[in-house]
Design a protein around this ligand. Structure first.
Ligand code: SF4
Ligand code: SF4
Length: 425
């Protein structure tokens, strides 16, 4: 067996013991609200065949492991038409103690090691991360420009208790820089001693890991951990749910961290509870909250675990099941509900059963029509609530949902929660 299959080999038990129960395609039966919103897997909803679900990808991974099939273009398509949203990971655990998300990561790493992945559509982002420390083909020298007009500490020159990590998209995207700017102003208004890395901030490297380019991820992520530790900060705050998910879910494997990580909405909830922020202005608006996958299911704290499967598929040492229910769900809702005048109405699929915006896992760059399909389904679900706006806190969700709203001439707005927070202060 080629060494490249070692990662998949670790999951052999899962691959041969999938029950074909199909739970991975559906919201858990107790939480289904409506026939139209009963599915949880965007890939299966779009492409219809079982291959495009966790169940099918398990079969495919097993066949690759056994050498029964080759890595063809079709196999690559099945592997990469998955947003890595984790919906299946949560629902599969209600039946079997399986690890779909870990297997999908291993599948991608395997095809990259075999020289077949990632896809051409992923390459501009991967190469740009390797060259420019961001996936957007932008020079490093412009990374800190979003903060040019703000008075903020350069943490590489001046000590601060808290590091605000803007992330690549909030740093470079002209339409979304306002989110990083507003977050910083709100933190400063609450008296937080905060600094930024400016041009020295590097990509969290999540987009590289998501398409299977593990070496690049490990190099950059390890360097980021070293930087954060050496700064001596107690806290790292990021507005990007993608960065948050990777900081919480994958960085701990790479080294000890001397700091805590917060997504900005978690931190604002904490500041509200401590009385350091107070809303004075009313915003009369009916809104719905979209749970970003990497903040919700992906934001559940992970236990580091090394071990093996033993008889009956039990884990040795025992491993905690990750149901996704302990992700960051309440904090952004608490912030929204604290704003005078805001009425929060919920969609059918929320919290660990939330529907993905469609942008994750390299799908937006390689399969834009699939990304739009998933976004459109979420927008229809949001519209059914009667909300005037979808509110979220993730640059991927915000840009994908926003593009789909504009493409179809929808009236519903896409807002970042921090915009409402700043307006209400
Ligand atoms: S829920 Fe899990 S066990 Fe059931 S079909 Fe899907 S992957 Fe297999
Ligand atoms: S991660 Fe999401 S898109 Fe991929 S198979 Fe699971 S539910 Fe479907």
């Amino acid at each position: 067996m080629s060494n490249n299959k070692e990662g998949l080999e670790k999951y052999r038990w899962d691959l041969v013991n999938c029950e074909r129960c199909s739970m991975c395609k559906w919201v858990h039966p107790w939480s289904v609200k409506n026939k139209k919103t009963a599915k949880i897997c965007p890939s299966n909803q779009m492409y219809k065949f079982d291959a495009y679900s966790a169940q099918g990808r398990f079969d495919l991974a097993r066949a690759l492991l056994e050498g029964e099939i080759e890595i063809t273009d079709k196999v690559l398509e099945v592997i990469y038409t998955c947003t890595l949203c984790g919906g299946c990971d949560v629902t599969c655990k209600f039946t079997r103690d399986m690890e779909p998300l870990e297997i999908f990561h291993e599948l991608r790493k395997y095809v990259v090691k075999e020289g077949k992945g990632p896809l051409p559509g992923h390459m501009p982002a991967v190469e740009s991360i390797q060259k420019n420390d961001n996936p957007w083909q932008q020079p490093k020298t412009r990374r800190g420009n979003w903060a040019r007009k703000l008075k903020v500490k350069d943490i590489t020159k001046e000590k601060a208790e808290v590091l605000y990590f803007a992330g690549c998209t909030y740093s470079y995207n002209a339409d979304l820089q306002k989110v990083a700017q507003a977050t910083l102003r709100v933190l400063q208004k609450a008296g937080v001693d905060v600094g930024i890395l400016g041009n020295k901030e590097r990509c969290c490297a999540s987009p590289a890991l998501k398409v299977g380019v593990e070496d690049t991820f490990k190099e950059i992520a390890s360097d980021n951990i070293k930087t954060f530790n050496e700064l001596g900060v107690k806290t790292v705050i990021t507005s990007c749910s993608g960065c948050y998910g990777i900081f919480q879910g994958h960085y701990p494997e790479l080294g000890e961290r001397n700091y805590e990580v917060y997504q900005a909405m978690q931190y604002l909830d904490k500041l509200l509870k401590e009385g350091k922020l107070e809303f004075k202005n009313r915003i009369d608006m009916k809104v719905t909250w979209h749970d970003p996958c990497h903040l919700g299911r992906g934001g559940e704290p992970q236990d580091l675990w090394e071990g093996t499967r033993i008889k009956w598929g039990l884990s040795d040492p025992p491993r905690r099941r990750n149901y996704g229910s302990k992700g960051v769900y309440d904090e952004p809702r608490n912030v929204l509900k604290a704003i005078p005048g805001i009425e929060l109405v919920e969609m059918d699929r929320i919290r660990e059963f939330s529907w993905c915006c469609g942008a994750g896992g390299g799908v937006r760059s390689a399969y834009p029509e699939f990304a739009m399909f998933s976004a459109r389904e979420r927008i229809e679900e949001a519209k059914a609530t009667g909300a005037e706006a979808i509110v979220s806190s993730c640059p991927w969700c915000e840009s994908n949902l926003s593009d789909a709203i504009k493409a179809d001439g929808n009236k519903i707005k896409m807002l970042s929660l921090v915009e409402l927070v700043e307006q209400a202060l």
